[in-house]
Design a protein around this ligand. Structure first.
Ligand SMILES: Nc1ncnc2c1ncn2[C@@H]1O[C@H](COP(=O)(O)OP(=O)(O)OP(=O)(O)O)[C@@H](O)[C@H]1O
Length: 318
């Protein structure tokens, strides 16, 4: 669905992203991880056709069914794709939402602007349905609220409803849950995965949290200094990293691997002494209340006992 090839982004002479290439198939979930400043957001902006004018880009970003390279494409083409075939959920919903517009109107607008519905009444009905799909309660009432009247988690759900409004083929999420507490984070991640799965969308998910990437994605790309230094299936990269930067990321992380009974099998993604994990193991972030025994929830977002946001069967798709 999405093919990025030899993407280079520079500010004048200064290279910011160098020779980045990857693909994401329809229905596939790919994570992009790396430290702050490694080029993740610039890469996402290039895919979304939103690079600022003070940087230059070369290489290609191809979307299935579109003949033109999106790098350097006309604003006309890009704005027809953004919000319809390409959608993005940003980290900070307050900057992405219009503060002076009721949220139901903002979701309806997303339908109207791309002429995917006939009239305002239909767009309004669709907007309420979308708000329900992202599990907001009392949407008739809540829809009349302005963004500042919602919690951070509710605002992110609204952004997700807008992103999903026109059944995008590519969904890009840039640290969408960083500002949320762990339980709200888990619910939103679940909605993102469901929303992408239902639409067979290609998901590109940016995060710096390894347990989040393990939860959401099947494949991961590791960025460092503007380059992709490692890529592969999540369970492989997180248990047998090859690049020293990925190893450092794991060492500095809270990632641990536990089995169904909550027994610890490895920390920081290490492969256990036995060489492989027993079946039913999941990645998760170490419990902040280490003195207590955590219950292991069933994979895929059973309610965490406390503090754990992320569960992922090692080596399998949940
Ligand atoms: N318009 C710009 N002009 C000059 N430099 C830029 C511009 N935009 C980004 N940069 C620089 O490019 C590098 C990569 O930025 P980017 O935002 O992609 O990082 P990131 O990996 O997403 O980081 P974070 O996790 O903090 O969001 C950074 O050093 C940043 O300062």
């Amino acid at each position: 669905m999405l093919k990025v090839d030899g993407l280079n982004i520079a500010a004048g002479e200064l290279p910011l992203v160098s020779d980045v290439s990857f693909t994401v198939a329809g229905g596939e979930r790919v994570g992009l991880i790396g430290e702050s400043g490694s080029g993740k957001s610039l890469t996402a902006s290039a895919v979304f056709g939103l690079l600022s004018d003070d940087v230059s880009a070369a290489g290609s970003v191809r979307l299935e069914g579109v003949d033109e390279n999106l790098v350097g494409a006309s604003e006309n083409l890009l704005s027809s794709l953004r919000g319809s075939r390409l959608a993005m959920v940003f980290q900070e919903p307050m900057t992405a939402l219009n503060p002076s517009m009721r949220i139901v109107d903002q979701v309806a607008e997303a339908r109207l602007i791309h002429r995917t519905v006939g009239d305002r009444a239909a767009a309004h009905r669709d907007a309420l349905r979308l708000l329900e799909q992202v599990r907001l309660r009392d949407v008739a009432e809540l829809g009349r609220a302005y963004p500042h009247q919602l919690s951070g988690g509710q605002r992110q759900r609204v952004l997700l409803a807008i992103a999903l409004a026109n059944d995008p083929d590519v969904l890009i999420c840039d640290e969408p849950t960083t500002a949320l507490d762990v339980t709200v984070q888990a619910q939103l991640l679940d909605l993102i995965v469901k929303g992408a799965k239902e639409r067979t969308a290609a998901l590109l998910f940016i995060t710096h949290d390894l347990a989040v990437v393990a939860t959401v994605c099947e494949r991961v790309l590791v960025m460092y200094g503007g380059r992709i230094v490692e890529s592969g299936p999540v369970a492989e990269v997180l248990t047998a990293p090859e690049h020293r930067y990925t190893k450092g990321l794991l060492d500095a992380s809270d990632l641990e691997t536990v089995d169904e009974g909550g027994r610890l099998h490895a920390i920081a993604g290490a492969v256990p002494a036995a060489g492989k994990f027993p079946s039913g193991c999941v990645f998760r972030n170490r419990c902040p209340r280490a003195d207590e025994q955590c219950e292991v929830s069933p994979p895929w977002f059973g309610e965490p006992a406390h503090g754990h946001a992320c569960w992922h069967p090692v080596g399998g798709d949940a």
